[in-house]
Design a protein. Structure first.
Lengths: 139, 288
């Protein structure tokens, strides 16, 4: 049994309300400069997030979520994640994500004048993150 | 004077209209509650974000960030004006108030080049009929508001602002005061103003990944997203409130009309009966 003092208080806040509030033993988040793990007693820091997978460990069993953007605020015994879009693997429509990926790739390749490259790129990253998490969720 | 049959038909049609308006009133009441819940749920996020942003912007030299960079009013040449109306009518002066406010702004700033960005079908239809140049439009979104809508709008205006196509971005919308009252608000979205100086040292203990500037950049964008999201929610609440009031008045009017028409109907029916009795009586008298 995990000791209570070994747990980090995790709070995920979105514009649609508090998505999740729980005590967890460990989490791994997709930071802008690479994934990072957080255990209790971590140095306080704030990191922005790239689209990717957020892993939460509760009793050694990982839970996966896909994170699109936002940032993570780490305190010694508490982690707050502010994000606009976070999804559970079950909520992701794999086919739709794949279609979105194709669309974004096409847009990036064609490089037509009126395409907004930054948006296409962001869409591509989002769809890749969605596909990743959805595939990971099935194993 | 209308015939009995005509009157009866009119009463029937007013009754069915009354049914529609009173149903719409109830639907609006339910939708209003839903929209207000969304506003409440957005609050913790936007409050925390604001605190965070104030504190981080105070620590950084704010002029460094393009979205915080203010310029003098006489240097402003290109303005993006986001006009938030409803997708549907039947909500009193709700849409017209906004359109008038936008027109008023256009009148007073003829020296500037103002681009319109229409959110909501009513405003879009109005300005399109006038053949005005519309930079972008978002319609049919209020039925099922998604956060992605605000992200889209944010991307559009920040891109234009950063590439210096716009010197200023404004948004005009109905603010929800109470179910029976809306305020028309014209607010500056970009450059961001009104950040409070916050010398709070809470953030001093934190390290920033990858750097404070990048976190600030991310923060500013999310702040904008939330601002736009709140505007959309406010406008949608206000719309439902306005519709509730309009439909309530319409239902009352229908009631009054039904009463008047029914009275007239009875009157006519009674006088018809009276005439018939007189005819019968005088006919009988003639026989004697």
């Amino acid at each position: 049994m995990a000791n209570n003092s070994q747990l980090i208080h995790l709070k995920i806040v979105t514009p649609r309300g508090i998505f999740l509030e729980d005590d967890v033993s460990e989490l791994v988040a997709p930071g802008k400069d690479g994934d990072f793990g957080v255990l209790i007693g971590h140095t306080p820091f704030i990191s922005s997030v790239r689209p990717g997978i957020l892993k939460i460990f509760k009793n050694d069993k990982p839970e996966l979520y896909s994170l699109m953007n936002g940032f993570v605020m780490v305190d010694v015994d508490m982690v707050r994640i502010f994000t606009e879009i976070i999804e559970r693997p079950d909520d992701i429509d794999l086919k739709r994500a794949e279609r979105a990926k194709e669309r974004a790739e096409k847009r990036l390749l064609e490089k037509r004048e009126d395409t907004d490259l930054r948006r296409a790129e962001a869409a591509l990253k989002r769809s890749i993150a969605r596909i990743q998490i959805s595939e990971a969720g099935f194993h | 004077m209308a015939s009995l049959k005509e009157l009866k038909e009119r009463i029937g049609s007013v009754i069915s209209t009354r049914q529609v308006t009173s149903a719409m009133k109830m639907v609006s009441a339910a939708k209003l509650r839903k929209a207000q819940q969304l506003i409440l749920r957005a609050r913790p996020y936007s409050d925390e974000l604001n605190l965070f942003l104030n504190s981080l912007a105070s620590r950084n030299r704010r002029q460094l960030h393009p979205l915080l960079h203010e310029i003098d009013d006489d240097e402003v040449k290109n303005v993006g004006l986001i006009v938030v109306t409803a997708d549907k009518g039947l909500c009193g002066a709700f849409n017209m108030n906004i359109i008038n406010r936008a027109e008023d702004y256009l009148q007073h700033h003829k020296d500037k080049n103002v681009d319109l960005i229409c959110v909501g079908k009513k405003g879009f239809d109005y300005f399109r009929r006038l053949n005005m140049k519309i930079e972008a439009y978002y319609v049919e979104l209020f039925n099922k508001l998604k956060f992605e809508h605000s992200i889209d709008i944010m991307h559009l205006v920040t891109d234009k602002f950063v590439s210096r196509k716009y010197d200023k971005v404004l948004i005009v919308y109905n603010e929800f005061k109470s179910a029976i009252q809306q305020n028309i608000v014209l607010k500056q979205l970009l450059p961001i103003i009104g950040l409070k100086e916050d010398k709070d040292e809470r953030l001093a203990a934190y390290l920033f990944e990858p750097s404070p500037e990048e976190v600030l950049d991310e923060l500013i964008k999310e702040h904008l997203d939330v601002q736009i999201w709140r505007v959309l929610l406010e406008s949608s609440s206000a719309e439902q409130g306005a519709r509730m009031v309009a439909m309530d008045a319409a239902t009352d009017n229908a009631d009054e009309m039904i009463n008047d028409l029914t009275l007239e109907y009875h009157h006519l029916r009674q006088s018809k009966i009276t005439t018939e009795i007189i005819e019968v009586c005088s006919g009988a008298e003639g026989l004697q």
